[in-house]
Design a protein around this ligand. Structure first.
Ligand code: PRX
Length: 659
């Protein structure tokens, strides 16, 4: 390193607050600090700013209907169509501009202008109708990052059929559970996709999932692998390309949807073994995705914006598809992994397409750091104007690396805290307004009332850890859990509100995250306080993994915890007791890993499986996960005095260390 560079490193290492670059502020969509006060004083009408970003076929009567908490309703009486908002309304001015820039794993590219997108969305909407999809039918999608995925989502939105996208890496069982849960009779899937240049078969996993669905399913199959793989359709399957060709040139009038009508369902992990079907609506969700894309990601129509998430998760829904397309910009979709064919793949794409914003996850940034700055240095990244992160806390070192080596110290970094249920960003700096503090997400967005409270619902002092709560509703919030209002109330409300109040007016939204707030209102998110772990920014329920392990022949009991991991953030650690007559050997370990992959998918694969005679339990029989976490993290063990069987932890610790 040159002397200058050494100095720079030292300065960065010490600096804990960064001003947004003046060049960014000058052009930012939002640069007025007065917005916080204005929104605070003018709540909830302030959210008309978000609704105004959309085109409504019928104007709404009321911004917020809070007559039946916690079932809040937004923009009531209004009508709109999400597909018309993301496609049709851009045709006049931006029909020839690029809507989706798709980069395939093999280096192939596809470019869809808004005109192209309009054509294919219409043809597929007509196809879906033809197959019998009616308004309010849930259509499941089980596909990787191919353009047909957002096209199918927008086609569903066009005809008022909510979609439920299941991450392609999830297992057949996971698909079946979600299709059964949503009573979904339609599936859009594909033959396979590429990983590291090799074709990866997907259809048989999809078929196996369908065989676990307890009603008939109509499937449409996208041919992604072309000649590399025999395109397998089983009897009754429909081929995507033939459908679209048959309906080419047809137009389908966008169905006006009530603002509160469901736009989509997204399953996510919770404390119990059963995934939760989070319901998002057309008016509130879409306006939230659009407003946050504009205010936080600074998206402008002329941008080439890239979010490197997978559409199978909420980040991809809000910030690859709905937010950017609602604003009429160009959204980049990349099918592959960041290190194939080489570790500069992302930087190459940014250079090739003059990408203006990059929104990614801390886990990816940690990998980039590990690979080294020589990879970004090979490319011209000067087109970048803003960087963002999401999914898990980012440590200051990774933040600074991203800021310096990707942003060239010239781009604000937004660390955005939110979750599947919130629909879009909640806590982050506004890049054209606030200073950035690495490690801290920032203040709540204007118009949001976020407080850190103790178990009694009282605000905790600055700097002390507490529970993050959202005290007032917001347009992008989930409306309920699909067909389970009771669980919706139980999981998210009534806890840590005004103690023990039965009055729903007193309830606040509880996202199950711990956090602390500084004197200046900046929030640092500390992580989940429920039994959910965050592996590479993906949310997994420990109970879901435990029930998969207990399903393996010969397993008597299992406990799963998250242990810290350099790249993934957290990794899955499983502690397993075998039944009499079964050995905790390599064969058993393999069967456990396979069992988890079958029930959930490879993302939930345990990093370590430890066989033990007993699990640490309190006298009342509750597993002490905290101790297991300490063991996984190689930390000093916490208090073991309340254990029924204190010796067991030393025994487990010994096994983990391999003594
Ligand atoms: O624990 C928080 C963490 O991810 C959880 C939400 O996961 P999911 O619903 O899958 O959505 C991920 C993408 C929005 C949160 O409850 N989380 C998300 N963003 C951050 C975060 N933790 C710290 N900092 C963040 N910026």
């Amino acid at each position: 390193m040159s002397e200058e560079e050494v100095e720079l490193e030292a300065r960065l290492a010490e600096q804990d607050e960064f001003e947004p670059p003046a060049s960014f502020v000058e052009q930012a969509n939002v640069s007025d600090p007065g917005l916080y006060e204005e929104f605070g004083e003018n709540w909830p009408e302030c959210w008309e700013h978000a609704a105004d970003l959309l085109e409504w076929s019928d104007g709404y009567d009321q911004v917020l209907d809070d007559s039946n908490p916690p079932f809040y309703e937004w923009f009531t009486g209004g009508e709109l169509n999400a597909s018309a908002n993301c496609v049709d309304r851009h045709l006049d001015e931006r029909g020839d501009e690029v809507a989706i820039e798709w980069v395939g794993e093999l280096g192939e590219t596809r470019t869809y202008t808004y005109e192209d997108l309009h054509e294919e969305v219409n043809a597929f909407a007509a196809s879906l109708r033809d197959l019998g999809v009616e308004e309010d039918d849930v259509v499941t999608m089980y596909m990787p990052m191919v353009p047909e995925l957002p096209i199918a989502m927008l086609a569903c939105a066009r005809i008022g059929a909510p979609h439920s996208v299941v991450f392609a890496g999830f297992s057949a069982d996971a698909l079946a559970t979600r299709m059964n849960g949503a009573d979904s009779e339609f599936l859009v899937t594909c033959d396979g996709y590429y990983r590291r240049g090799e074709p990866l078969e997907h259809k048989s996993k999809s078929d196996e999932g369908v065989s676990g669905v307890d009603h008939d399913v109509t499937s449409v199959v996208v041919d992604r692998l072309g000649d590399d793989y025999d395109h397998p359709t089983i009897e009754g399957d429909h081929d995507y390309d033939s459908l679209v060709a048959d309906h080419a040139g047809e137009t389908v009038e966008p169905v006006p949807r009530d603002a509160e009508d469901m736009l989509f369902l997204m399953y996510t992990s919770g404390t119990t073994g059963q995934p939760k079907g989070v319901k998002h609506t057309t008016g509130g969700y879409l306006s939230w995705a659009a407003w946050t894309s504009q205010a936080v990601l600074d998206v402008k129509p002329e941008d080439t914006y890239w979010c490197s998430a997978d559409i199978g998760w909420i980040t991809g829904h809000s910030y690859i598809v709905y937010g950017p397309l609602a604003l009429g910009t160009t959204t980049v979709m990349y099918e592959g992994t960041p290190d194939y064919p080489d570790k500069d793949r992302l930087w190459e794409i940014i250079d090739d397409y003059d990408v203006t914003q990059l929104y990614t996850a801390p886990t990816a940034i940690r990998s980039f750091m590990k690979w080294g700055k020589e990879y970004p240095e090979k490319h011209d990244l000067s087109s970048l104007r803003l960087l963002g992160t999401v999914g898990e806390p980012i440590n200051p070192r990774a933040w600074k690396w991203y800021y310096k080596h990707i942003g060239g110290e010239d781009c604000p970094v937004v660390d955005t805290w939110w979750q599947t249920e919130t629909g879009g960003m909640m806590v982050t700096t506004l890049p054209g307004v606030g200073n950035m503090k690495p490690g801290s997400a920032g203040p709540p967005l204007p118009g949001l009332d976020v407080q850190i409270v103790d178990t009694k619902g009282e605000q905790v002092e600055a700097g002390r850890a507490g529970y993050l709560t959202v005290q007032k509703p917001w347009p992008g919030m989930l409306r309920t859990l699909y067909k389970n209002d009771e669980r919706f109330i139980e999981e998210y409300w009534a806890e840590y509100s005004d103690t023990d109040s039965d009055d729903p007016d007193d309830w606040v939204y509880f996202p199950e995250d711990g956090a602390k707030i500084d004197d200046d209102g900046y929030i640092t998110v500390l992580g989940r306080v429920d039994d959910v772990i965050n592996v590479s920014g993906h949310r997994l329920g420990t109970m879901e993994i435990e029930s998969a392990i207990v399903g393996v022949e010969g397993v008597a009991e299992a406990a799963v915890v998250g242990g810290t991991h350099d790249i993934k953030g957290e990794a899955v650690y499983a502690y397993v007791i075998t039944e009499d007559g079964y050995e905790g050997d390599d064969d058993m370990r393999e069967r456990i890993v396979a069992g988890v992959e079958d029930a959930i998918g490879p993302i939930a694969r345990p990093e370590q499986v430890v066989f033990t005679e007993e699990l640490p339990k309190t006298r009342s029989g509750k597993i002490m996960r905290r101790l297991l976490e300490d063991i996984a993290n190689g930390e000093e063990l916490g208090n073991t005095s309340t254990l029924r069987n204190p010796d067991v932890v030393t025994e487990i610790e010994r096994k983990v260390k391999g003594d």
